[in-house]
Design a protein around this ligand. Structure first.
Ligand code: DC
Length: 220
């Protein structure tokens, strides 16, 4: 069974997806981490972000390994590095390259097939990667709330970032993610819309669990 969770940055996808996976005993796949890892490598190797051919080659030569909440790039744990603001600032450009996306989508299908029951979070999971997912959720929240959550997350990591910079980065990213030609951020017609602005994590997890149980019977 696949539970697809899509939505804009800061809607709470990662927190919720991990909690749902834990509650149901499912695997968890963070597809944003994969795009971030490729972006991190592009920055490290000074690959031109507008050079689609080079980005495609770089993605092809990269070995990504995902285990729970950790991601390894060519054997190195880059879980922390991929959260750096400079990666967040470039990831929408890298992830708009069709040649990068097609490779990431193949890898995502491979990982999910191995996990069998899995919660997958991203932007195009219910529309492109798993259009037949049993449960599709589109998680959203007001922009101010999303920015506040992202700010708190970064500050908790000791990063000294300005609130307005965080909000404008988030909105820029949403605009680019929604506007790209391939795999844009989009609510699938059969996705359940959940606005998390005034909900706690527990509320959201409960709502998704209830939808899952209703779809599959009470036994899971
Ligand atoms: O979920 P996140 O904020 O860590 O994702 C980082 C970026 O990766 C996001 O701005 C767009 C891109 N992304 C994507 O294009 N497709 C996905 N399925 C997941 C993420």
């Amino acid at each position: 069974m696949i539970i697809a969770i899509d939505g804009p940055a800061g809607a709470g996808k990662s927190t919720v997806a991990k909690a749902v996976a834990r509650a149901l005993g499912f695997g968890y796949l963070d597809t944003g981490a994969m795009y971030r890892a490729i972006t991190y490598k592009a920055l490290e190797t000074k690959t031109g972000l507008d050079d689609q051919v080079a980005l495609g080659e770089l993605a092809k030569r990269s070995h990504l390994e995902l285990s729970d909440s950790h991601i390894f790039l060519d054997g190195r744990d880059v879980t922390e590095d991929i959260r750096l603001p400079r990666v967040g600032g470039a990831v929408s450009v890298v992830s708009s390259a069709a040649v990068v996306r097609s490779q990431m989508v193949s890898k995502q299908r491979e990982v999910a097939a191995a996990l069998k029951s899995v919660v997958v979070e991203g932007r195009d999971i219910g529309t492109v990667v798993f259009p037949d997912a049993e449960i599709k959720i589109f998680l959203t929240a007001g922009a101010a709330k999303r920015a506040a959550r992202r700010l708190a997350e970064l500050r908790a990591k000791g990063l000294d970032v300005a609130a307005d910079a965080v909000e404008s980065e988030l909105l820029d990213r949403d605009r680019l993610d929604s506007g790209r030609d391939v795999g844009p951020l989009l609510q699938a017609p059969d996705a359940h819309l959940i606005d998390t602005t005034d909900m706690t994590v527990d509320d959201v997890v409960r709502a998704i669990k209830a939808l899952t149980e209703a779809a599959d019977g009470p036994g899971i």
